[in-house]
Design a protein around this ligand. Structure first.
Ligand code: SF4
Length: 61
């Protein structure tokens, strides 16, 4: 699975709390992808993408 964060993050912290193995806040204060998605994290990444309040997390299976 590939995941990316488009422009528009409002730094709510949902994705970093849901899957800290993949998402973290960068120096700019916005969420970024810090690691490739391992199998065991795929469901958490999908959950984060579905619940991001501004729908900026995109993923490909
Ligand atoms: S869930 Fe969306 S808005 Fe919230 S920190 Fe992650 S990318 Fe940003």
């Amino acid at each position: 699975m590939k995941v990316m964060i488009e422009e528009g993050c409002i730094a709510c912290g949902l994705c970093t709390a849901t899957c800290p193995e993949v998402f973290a806040f960068g120096d700019d204060g916005l969420a970024c992808v810090i690691a490739s998605v391992e199998k065991e994290n795929e469901n958490e990444v999908k959950t984060a993408a579905e619940n991001c309040p501004v729908s900026v997390i995109e993923y490909e299976e």
